[in-house]
Write a protein that binds this ligand. Structure first.
Ligand code: AMP
Length: 579
């Protein structure tokens, strides 16, 4: 594990100052473990095979060196010099957006390409010049086949979430795309899991790759503190409310909330304070004097909680810390362990709470495997849970008073009111006053619960699918996984007007330019597959391809039947449409 008192900077990893400045401006205080390892290797020109899940900072780990090397390679004109292939449209947008922010001021343009979006807009972006393309494989290949995306000048290629791409049946597309890039390119493959299919791709397409894995060492014996570890799966938008709710339930003495970036710390402090709590920010941008002031506030319990980045909280020793909150899943198990070790000291009970976005769920498992301890995944307390807890606290406070006695001065109030009111009513009104004063109003909006047990466990899926034939044959089944996951779903399937069958679209690799007309498609499908024309749905004919709606239940049989068939005298590719 790296020395917790020394700070590695982005510049010290060898990145040009413009890039180091760009990430500092985004509030990143130091590289995450995968960035510390991957960036120098990629800058040196090596190919790389990296095992890292979402949430580890892997995007910057490949994006920064890619931008650096392309910027240093001299003028690239309008040519595409960097290609990042990702499994889903969400990831394409997310990676492109991150790269766009890192590339600010460099003059390099980043263009995302994914299915389900109009072709012509993407073509226009490509024509204007796309130095870096972030694409889903199906759409990238469509553009390559149309000649709108040219890969001959690609210097750096990244396969991101490669295991997911294979699971989704993109193996053939990947092979084809890789074969169209120059042999001289640098390649990096990132994957959360390393099944043999991934290592096989690496062997075929990567040149003597360096290997990294974010979990390198086993934790030292006894370094896993005995604290209660709980995670809540919650969407980003509901995190501030979830944090408030969880802390209301926990009723901590002192809490430290860890955020990834300086900007996140500042935003969260503002949100918490706007809701009437007292939070103080601690990050690397503070001068020593401000830092001392913040620490003083916490020690004297004038602040309820401290919101900090890892760098700023380093070396901090807060005696009475009862709760550590990870506002995001930390970038590595080591960082997690380091954070939660701040509580539960000297035999005291401690609680470690992690707010995880659904996509970060996998990283929780990586942490559990590393620490060999269980993280309980709990549901965010409901408004009713919170109310029940508040009643409990009010009741406990009353019990304390009753046991302590010593309230003769106010007995007279009760006695005089009892002439007029029932004694139980008086007690109820008094309890209500106390309850409202101590519990306050609270946020009574429900926070949507996300049940991870109902989402497909991709790690398991990947393992189970390992033995199946990859791509092609497996593609239809793999598509249904994509539907369940709610990702990259594209336009929803329609139902047939008459039969009520669910319709899916087949991609047929010939269109207007090949002289295809609707009758050709209907004729070929009904003739080859022996189905009736009225079971077909809408037909769309584009310049170079066509899309035909067919019943989902017949799609595989139609694809099989069309395999040997020709349209207007030419063999064509027929497959399910990918988004
Ligand atoms: P990724 O694993 O690439 O999806 O990144 C997860 C999140 O961590 C993203 O929101 C990034 O903006 C953020 N991030 C990446 N690198 C750093 C860093 N060095 N410091 C703080 N946040 C980071």
């Amino acid at each position: 594990m790296h020395d917790s008192e020394t700070v590695t900077t982005f510049a010290s990893l060898g990145l040009r100052s413009a890039l180091a400045d760009a990430v500092t401006a985004l509030g990143y205080e130091e590289p995450t473990p995968v960035q510390r390892e991957a960036i120098p290797l990629l800058l040196s020109g090596r190919d790389l095979l990296a095992q890292a899940a979402t949430g580890t900072g892997k995007t910057a780990a490949f994006a920064l060196p890619m931008l650096h090397r392309i910027a240093e390679s001299g003028p690239v004109g309008k040519r595409t010099a960097g290609l990042v292939l990702v499994p889903t449209r969400e990831l394409a947008m997310q990676v492109a957006e991150a790269m766009h922010r890192y590339a600010r001021g460099s003059g390099l343009t980043v263009v995302p390409l994914y299915g389900g979006a109009p072709m012509h807009q993407q073509i226009r972006s490509l024509e204007r010049g796309a130095h870096i393309v972030v694409a889903t494989p199906g759409r990238a290949l469509d553009h390559v086949q149309r000649g709108t995306l040219v890969l001959q000048s690609v210097q750096v290629l990244v396969l991101d979430e490669a295991d997911e791409m294979l699971d989704m049946g993109f193996a053939d597309d990947l092979n084809e795309l890789l074969n169209r890039t120059p042999d001289t390119r640098q390649s990096a493959l990132f994957s959360a899991t390393m099944p043999s299919r991934i290592t096989a791709i690496a062997e075929q397409h990567l040149k003597d790759p360096a290997r990294i894995n974010i979990v390198r060492e086993k934790p030292a014996a006894g370094s896993v503190p005995r604290v209660r570890q709980v995670a809540y799966v919650v969407s980003r938008a509901h995190k501030p409310a979830a944090l408030a709710r969880v802390l209301d339930m926990e009723d901590p003495v002192a809490t430290i909330v860890f955020c990834r970036t300086r900007l996140e710390v500042e935003e969260l402090v503002e949100t918490i304070n706007a809701h009437g709590q007292r939070a103080a920010a601690l990050h690397g941008g503070l001068a020593q004097k401000q830092r001392d002031r913040v620490m003083g506030l916490l020690r004297s319990q004038k602040a309820d909680l401290l919101v900090a980045t890892d760098v700023a909280a380093r070396g901090l020793d807060i005696e009475h810390l009862t709760h550590v909150v990870n506002y995001d899943v930390p970038a590595s198990p080591e960082v997690y362990l380091h954070r939660i070790g701040r509580t539960g000291r000297a035999g005291r009970a401690g609680v470690a709470i992690t707010l995880a976005e659904p996509r970060e769920h996998r990283l929780l498992r990586v942490i559990e495997q590393y620490t060999k301890s269980k993280i309980e995944v709990a549901t965010i307390p409901t408004v009713a849970d919170l109310r029940a807890r508040q009643y409990e606290l009010t009741s406990a406070a009353l019990r304390e008073q009753l046991v302590a006695g010593k309230f003769d001065q106010v007995r007279v109030i009760v006695e005089s009111l009892s002439d007029e009111f029932d004694i139980v009513d008086i007690a109820t009104a008094a309890v209500n006053l106390l309850h409202v004063a101590s519990a306050g109003g609270g946020d009574d909006r429900e926070i949507p619960a996300i049940d991870m047990s109902k989402r497909p466990d991709r790690t398991r899926d990947a393992r189970e699918r390992g033995s199946r034939p990859p791509a092609g044959a497996g593609a239809p089944r793999l598509r249904s996984t994509r539907d369940q996951s709610g990702e990259d779903r594209g336009p929803r399937g329609r139902q047939h007007r008459d039969t009520g069958d669910r319709l899916v679209r087949l991609f047929i690799g010939a269109g207007r330019q090949a002289g295809i007309r609707p009758g050709d498609l209907v004729g070929a499908i009904t003739g080859e597959a022996g189905i009736e024309s009225r079971s077909l749905g809408a037909i769309e004919i584009a310049d170079r391809f066509s899309l035909v709606e067919v019943p989902d239940s017949m799609a595989d049989a139609i694809i099989d039947a069309m395999r040997g068939a020709s349209l207007r005298g030419k063999k064509v590719q027929v497959r399910r449409e990918r988004f």
